[in-house]
Design a protein around this ligand. Structure first.
Ligand SMILES: [Cu+2]
Length: 324
């Protein structure tokens, strides 16, 4: 039987979904070239592409940096406390998700550790429903994080994540479409003992936003906001080695791709090997799958990226990389 909170959520979600259709640009998406957004940054080419989802107006160009630019490689053990909260998060212009978050953001904080070192995570649940934080990869199974943490509860897990690679962490409480669709996911980078080459590093997590709570994503976005990277291109230095940590946390589609225009990249699937598995311009990622991509942009300019799934690209997941 649904709780009062869930009933309220359902009502609010239904209203949001109706707004998504009328305001969020389903109409504009279908005819391909909606009216130009008066707020659009002309340098981003926003609007001219016909991309219909506007990002939250309050988010400036640096707003998602904390979820996008990882810290430097760490040495030694890492200890973190992560708090699960419920809060309203604007995921597109005038589109608010009644979100569950790790530390207040979608996605949660980027976790980083060197292979073999100890990671100690304390998870506090300040919401009214059970949640947890389960980390992918190999570790002590008693420290996996699958146990639901009751409202007001906390648990601590200590483990040495292995092998080196890129891993998602996420809430694993059922139904996972809801717990992922409302924002409970993030990235864990496990660096190899022998450091990877110096690079400009960015983490890009594709998520779906289930505005009406029906288990189906209504909007999509990289690092917690639909339309953001179309307005505010991901900036990298031309000619520098760029390393993208790309994860697919969309819970209700069997596959998503990362496709880059005008440049190709090395693909390190799951980031667990030192040599590339392939070289391409598109990489398919099943649910929870991820890849480290390495590329350079010798020619300054704007390079489009998006999932090749049209529904996702048209509903917020198209963006630009600006090599400057
Ligand atoms: Cu949960």
């Amino acid at each position: 039987m649904p709780t009062r909170r869930e009933l309220l959520w359902g009502m609010a979600g239904a209203a949001a979904a109706m707004a998504a259709v009328s305001v969020g640009g389903g109409r504009r998406a279908r005819n391909g070239a909606g009216p130009l957004d008066p707020h659009a940054d002309s340098t981003a080419g926003h609007g001219a592409y016909g991309h219909s989802v506007e990002p939250p107006a309050a988010l400036g160009p640096l707003a998602l940096d904390a979820c996008t630019i990882p810290s430097q490689r760490t040495a030694g053990a890492v200890e973190r406390t992560i708090t699960i909260t419920q809060r309203a998060v604007e995921v597109a212009h005038d589109q608010t998700l009644d979100a569950w978050t790790f530390d207040g953001t979608i996605p949660g904080p980027i976790l980083r550790i060197t292979e073999g070192e100890s990671l100690r995570l304390t998870i506090r649940n300040l919401t009214a429903l059970p949640h947890n934080l389960h980390t992918h990869g190999a570790h002590d199974p008693t420290q996996d994080g699958w146990e639901p943490i009751p409202p007001g509860g906390a648990r601590t897990y200590t483990f040495a994540p292995r092998p080196a690679g890129l891993y998602p962490y996420h809430c694993d409480v059922m139904p996972s479409t809801q717990h992922l669709g409302r924002g409970l996911y993030g990235a864990l980078i496990v660096d190899p003992r022998r450091p990877r080459a110096e690079a400009e590093e960015r983490v890009m997590i594709l998520g779906g936003f289930d505005l009406d709570g029906d288990g189906r994503s209504d909007l999509y976005g990289w690092n917690g906001a639909a339309g953001f990277w179309a307005r505010h291109p991901l900036k990298v230095r031309a000619s520098a080695l760029v390393r993208l940590y790309v994860l697919n946390l969309v819970s209700d589609e069997p596959v998503a791709t990362f496709h880059l225009h005008a440049q190709t990249f090395d693909v390190f699937r799951s980031g667990t090997r030192a040599t590339p598995d392939e070289h391409s311009d598109v990489v398919p990622l099943t649910l929870g799958e991820r890849a480290i991509l390495e590329m350079r942009f010798p020619q300054p300019g704007r390079y489009m990226f998006h999932p090749h799934q049209a529904r996702m690209a048209e509903r917020g997941a198209m963006g630009w990389i600006a090599a400057v």
